[in-house]
Design a protein around this ligand. Structure first.
Ligand SMILES: NC(=O)c1ccc[n+]([C@@H]2O[C@H](COP(=O)([O-])OP(=O)(O)OC[C@H]3O[C@@H](n4cnc5c(N)ncnc54)[C@H](OP(=O)(O)O)[C@@H]3O)[C@@H](O)[C@H]2O)c1
Length: 260
């Protein structure tokens, strides 16, 4: 299927590895020019080189910390008029005991997981509406639908973001600007594999055994592949998805047990 977005321009945040990189590769395969953002300039440039070798699209990199207002400003200054914004990034370090979360912990979490996407969206949405095309995606988490107390430091800002995205998604759709959040289940990214390795080390068991045991707890009997995530992201960015907006879309291999 031709997604109808050849020649469009996308900002992809957190693009140096994992789900963000997979989304960038997939959008490039659809002919979308890219501005890639993450903190580590070398990793970002390596990703850009890989995309340039595989496609004809224009790829630029902006090394910024998107949990800081200055990083968001720099990214918007480098690319103020995208047709597509994929916000993705922070993986919080969480102490599971909410009694120990400090004011600073909350401010950092809000900055990285709510204010970062809110400020980037605010910076690009008017241009998208004026040009009558825009696709905004925020990568969040399955825990938004199935919260657990120990994850509330990341879930709470992401729930706040879901509210903002809902407003933007309904405001923009009249001008063909959609906004949706993708709620990820577990995907086999480098970060997840690293987490599996640390679990294996702590339990003194082989990595393969721990990984397979964790995978077997999902209905699909496996974790998702980043390419599967990227395929959905690309479809939501396509011309075909103009009637899908203000949604929290779960992609988790049946992990969520509820009906709605
Ligand atoms: N993979 C899963 O199973 C899973 C499950 C649930 C939710 N999620 C969510 O999905 C998102 C992506 O997951 P992933 O596994 O692909 O993560 P990942 O492999 O850790 O990749 C995160 C990306 O974001 C960038 N990043 C992190 N903090 C940033 C910051 N402050 N400013 C700019 N860039 C930043 C990283 O590059 P730098 O470090 O160089 O900045 C990297 O490119 C995360 O938000 C995660 O919470 C993932």
């Amino acid at each position: 299927m031709d997604l109808g977005i050849r020649g469009r321009k996308a900002i992809v945040c957190g693009a140096s590895r994992g789900l963000g990189k997979a989304c960038a590769l997939r959008l490039a395969a659809e002919g979308v020019n890219l501005v890639l953002a993450a903190r580590d300039a070398a990793a970002l440039e390596a990703c850009a080189a890989e995309i340039r070798a595989a496609s004809e699209v224009d790829v630029r990199t902006v090394a910024v910390d998107l949990s800081m207002p200055r990083g968001r400003q720099d990214l918007l200054a480098a690319c103020g008029d995208p047709d597509i914004l994929v916000h993705n990034g922070a993986w919080p370090e969480e102490n599971p005991d909410f009694r120990q979360w400090t004011h600073d912990d909350w401010v950092r979490a809000l900055d990285a997981m709510m204010l970062s996407p809110v400020e980037l969206i605010t910076g690009v949405v008017d241009g998208m509406m004026a040009r009558r095309f825009g696709r905004i995606i925020a990568v969040t988490s399955r825990f938004v639908k199935e919260p657990r107390m120990e994850h509330m430091l990341s879930v709470s800002p992401r729930l706040g973001l879901a509210g903002f995205m809902n407003g933007i998604g309904r405001e923009g759709v009249r001008c063909n600007v959609t906004a949706n959040a993708m709620l990820t289940g577990i995907f086999a990214t480098e970060t997840q594999i690293e987490f599996g390795r640390s679990l294996a080390q702590r339990s003194g068991r082989p990595f393969d055994e721990v990984w397979k045991e964790r995978e077997s707890t999902n209905c699909a009997g496996r974790f998702g592949q980043p390419e599967e995530f990227a395929a959905l992201c690309a479809f939501l960015c396509s011309t075909h998805a103009g009637f899908i907006t203000a949604q929290n879309i779960l992609i988790d291999g049946g992990g969520y047990p509820g009906v709605f």
